[in-house]
Design a binder for this molecule. Structure first.
Ligand code: FUB
Length: 334
C-alpha cells in the first residue's frame, strides 16, 4: 500500500501524528487508571525476517508501556520496558498485540506469543503498578490460543476476547481444538468470530471454555466468510456505551476497523458499520477508551517508517457517536 505515496503530503493530511517517534509501536491498548492514560502497544522491530502471509516478519521480542496526561498531548511518555521474551519460559517468538486489566490493586498484563512448537498461546504477567514490573506466569493460560487478547471489565466480571486469522492461527481451531489440517472456512460458510472466555477470580486462567462470538447482518444472519469488508479477522475490542456492548475489530485483508453492537458481553452482535478507513500499512488495530467524557480511538499506521508493514506507529483520534449510538467513520487522511 506504500507504492507511490507522497509521505510529506500524507503526514499533512493525517488526522493524527505518531505518539512515539523513537521506537516503532503498534496495536495500542489504552486504558485510564487513576485519571491517567496508559497505553500498551506492540514494540515493532526489524527482525530481518522477510514478509510472508503468516506474519513471520512481525518478530517482536518485548513490550514497553506508555502514558499520557491527556489524549490531546502530542507525544506519549515511555515508561520503559515492562516484559522481555527472555523472561517468559514458554515463549519462543513473536510477542504480538497485548492488553492489560486491573483488579483490586493488581495489574494483569496479557500477551500472545508463539510457544516452542510455534503455536500461539496467551500469557499473563502480574504487577503492582500500571508501569510494572510484571512477573510472567511460567506457563500460558490453559485453554488459550491464537492472538490479540483484549480484556473487558463489566462491573467486576472480566471477559477475554481473542483470536486472529492467517498468521494468528484461528483457522486451525474447531471447538477450541487445534488441527494443522484445519483451514479457512469457504466463502459461503459462516465467518470466524473472535472467542470470548470469562477470566477466573485470580485473573490467571479461564473459568469458562472459549465461545465463538457471532456477528450478524441486518437480517439477523451470521456474517459469511466471503463478506470480507465486514467480517471479523483479528484485533477484537469491547467497550460499553449507553448500556450497549460494542465489539470492534479489524477486517484484516480489507483493512477496515468495523464494529457491531450487542446487548450482552458475549453477543450476538449486530454489525453496525465502519469506524476507520484503511491506514498506510497492511495491518490495522485499535482500542477505544473514554477519557473525561470524550471517546478516543487509539490505532496505528506505517507512516513513520514510510510504509514498512511491520514498523508501525501508534496514534490517537477522537471519535463521535450520533444520537442513535452509531460511531462516525474516520478517514485517517482526510
Ligand atoms: O502486531 C502483530 C499483529 O498485527 C497483531 O497481533 C495483529 O492484530 C496485527 O496488528
Amino acid at each position: 500500500m506504500s507504492d507511490n505515496i507522497d509521505f510529506n503530503d500524507l503526514r499533512k493530511r493525517a488526522v493524527s501524528q505518531p505518539l512515539v517517534v523513537d521506537k516503532y509501536t503498534a496495536d495500542p491498548s489504552a486504558h485510564v487508571f487513576d485519571g491517567k492514560i496508559y497505553i500498551y502497544p506492540s514494540h515493532d522491530i526489524d527482525a530481518g525476517i522477510p514478509f510472508n502471509d503468516n506474519g513471520d516478519h512481525f518478530g517482536m521480542r518485548d513490550y514497553h508501556a506508555y502514558t499520557m496526561e491527556s489524549p490531546d498531548d502530542k507525544l506519549a511518555t515511555d515508561l520503559g520496558k515492562i516484559l522481555d521474551i527472555d523472561e517468559v519460559p514458554w515463549a519462543k517468538r513473536q510477542m504480538w498485540a497485548p492488553d492489560i486489566a486491573r483488579k483490586g490493586d493488581k495489574y494483569y498484563f496479557y500477551f500472545p506469543a508463539k510457544d516452542k512448537n510455534d503455536i500461539f498461546k496467551i500469557g499473563v504477567a502480574i504487577g503492582d503498578s500500571p508501569s510494572g514490573p510484571f512477573t510472567p506466569d511460567p506457563k500460558p493460560i490453559e485453554g488459550s490460543y491464537s492472538i490479540d487478547p483484549a480484556v473487558f471489565n463489566d462491573n467486576g466480571k472480566y471477559y477475554m476476547y481473542f483470536g486472529g486469522l492467517w498468521g494468528g492461527q484461528l483457522q486451525k481451531y474447531r471447538n477450541n481444538i487445534y488441527s494443522n489440517g484445519n483451514e479457512l472456512r469457504s466463502d459461503d460458510d459462516f465467518a470466524f468470530g473472535p472467542l470470548v472466555a470469562e477470566l477466573s477470580d485470580d485473573m490467571r486462567g479461564f473459568s469458562t471454555s472459549p465461545e465463538e462470538i457471532i456477528i450478524q447482518d441486518e437480517n439477523g444472519n451470521p456474517l459469511l466468510a466471503g463478506d470480507k469488508s465486514r467480517r471479523y479477522f483479528e484485533g477484537p475490542w469491547v467497550h460499553k456505551y449507553n448500556e450497549k456492548y460494542y465489539l470492534s475489530y479489524s477486517t484484516g485483508d480489507t483493512h477496515f476497523i468495523c464494529y457491531a453492537i450487542g446487548d450482552t458481553p458475549k453477543g450476538p452482535f449486530n454489525y453496525a458499520g465502519k469506524i476507520l478507513d484503511p491506514v498506510v500499512g497492511w495491518t490495522t488495530h485499535h482500542s477505544i477508551c473514554e477519557f473525561n467524557g470524550r471517546w478516543f480511538l487509539f490505532y496505528h499506521d506505517s507512516s513513520l517508517s514510510e510504509g514498512v508493514t511491520h514498523l508501525r506507529c501508534m496514534k490517537v483520534v477522537e471519535i463521535f457517536y450520533d444520537k442513535n449510538g452509531l460511531i462516525k467513520k474516520i478517514n485517517p487522511y482526510s
